[in-house]
Design a protein around this ligand. Structure first.
Ligand SMILES: [Zn+2]
Length: 278
């Protein structure tokens, strides 16, 4: 059942298994809190309607050989350090537990959460994932920053008009983070510009309420962004890629569910501990 949520998401429920070694408590808390905070932002600021509770299972590989074996069996690209899939038991992330784990998790989790918004434009879907990659959780907010190399890439590849970004039919393909292509950085820049202001966030919300087509996106910008496409074109052309801003993630009245309250049964079901696996 999909519930319409108000100011807060009641429960992103993350369960974690380690393969080839133990997952530390701080890693568990990091996965739980980052997904929860991004979910709350998407719900409260961007109007994404998420299932409640939203269970997510994470398998963290600590053994490189075992991870690579799983990756090739899963058919994931050889550079991929993590991915999401939907199993019979629900959504599952498979991650290499190395240095880049948090960024990979945030990028893929963003796609996963946004899928609940229906069809969204590709530039915005990838742009949000790129922005969220940099997020740091701090209490009731996400702080996002601009990776210096994004500024450098944008300076090299230039920026098309907003109109060209909306209508670009190019194929988007996920690439290793250090090879992020021009499209990703241009989409990231437009997304970061929008997320950095209340009226821009309202515009993203209006775009996500549409059908993802260029016409629907253009109509959402015209009706929601002050000054419409003309003003956004001007601001995007002048925007300096040095965004650092704080996105509010209201603390919910209900305590967040956590893996102390939920258990995964041997048959893969996720159930409340009080109910048990019987
Ligand atoms: Zn992506």
């Amino acid at each position: 059942m999909i519930l319409a949520l108000g100011q807060a998401l009641a429960g992103v429920v993350v369960t974690v298994d380690g393969v080839g070694g133990p997952v530390t408590q701080s890693q568990r808390l990091m996965l739980q809190s980052t997904l929860d905070r991004v979910g709350v932002f998407y719900t409260s600021a961007l109007g994404v309607r998420l299932p409640d509770p939203l269970p997510m299972h994470v398998v963290v590989y600590l053994d490189r050989e075992a991870f690579e074996g799983h990756r090739s069996r899963a058919g994931a690209p050889g550079w991929s350090e993590g991915w999401f899939r939907t199993t019979a038991a629900g959504p599952e992330a498979v991650l290499w537990g190395g240095d880049g784990m948090r960024a990979i998790f945030l990028h893929e989790a963003s796609h996963h959460l946004l899928a609940h918004a229906g069809r969204s434009p590709r530039w915005l879907n990838e742009g949000l994932a790129q922005v969220m990659e940099t997020a740091r959780v701090s209490g009731n907010a996400l702080t996002v920053t601009t990776p210096p190399r994004y500024g450098q890439i944008l300076a090299q590849v230039g920026r098309p008009t907003v109109d060209a970004i909306l209508t670009n039919p190019s194929t988007w393909t996920d690439l290793p983070a250090d090879q992020a292509g021009p499209l990703y950085v241009q989409g990231w820049a437009l997304t970061a510009l929008l997320l950095g202001s209340a009226e821009g966030q309202a515009t993203v919300r209006a775009v996500l309420a549409g059908d993802g087509s260029p016409a629907s996106t253009r109509a959402a910008i015209e009706s929601t962004y002050p000054g419409g496409m003309t003003a956004l074109e001007t601001r995007y052309a002048r925007w300096r890629p040095d965004a650092s801003f704080v996105l509010p993630t209201p603390i919910q009245a209900k305590p967040a569910a956590n893996d102390a309250l939920w258990i995964r049964c041997a048959d893969g079901r996720l159930v409340a501990r009080s109910v048990g696996c019987r």
